[in-house]
Ligand binder design. Structure first.
Ligand SMILES: [Zn+2]
Length: 62
């Protein structure tokens, strides 16, 4: 089995979970095979995830 260390996009905490146990923000893999500090696609993916979360939250509040 392969461990996938993930990192919180918000507070930078390392975890194995898809959501940060500390602040509840999304986490991303800390060491992807091809990591670029200027990974625009990764930023885009995170943005899409946040927009989806906000959409779901607003639906729940109705
Ligand atoms: Zn966090």
């Amino acid at each position: 089995m392969k461990f996938l260390i993930r990192k919180c996009v918000k507070c930078g905490k390392y975890t194995l979970k898809t959501k940060c146990p500390a602040c509840g923000a999304e986490t991303v893999t800390a060491h992807p095979p091809k990591y670029s500090p200027n990974d625009k696609y990764l930023t885009y993916r995170i943005k899409v995830k946040y927009e989806n979360m906000q959409t779901q939250n607003s639906n729940n509040q109705k």
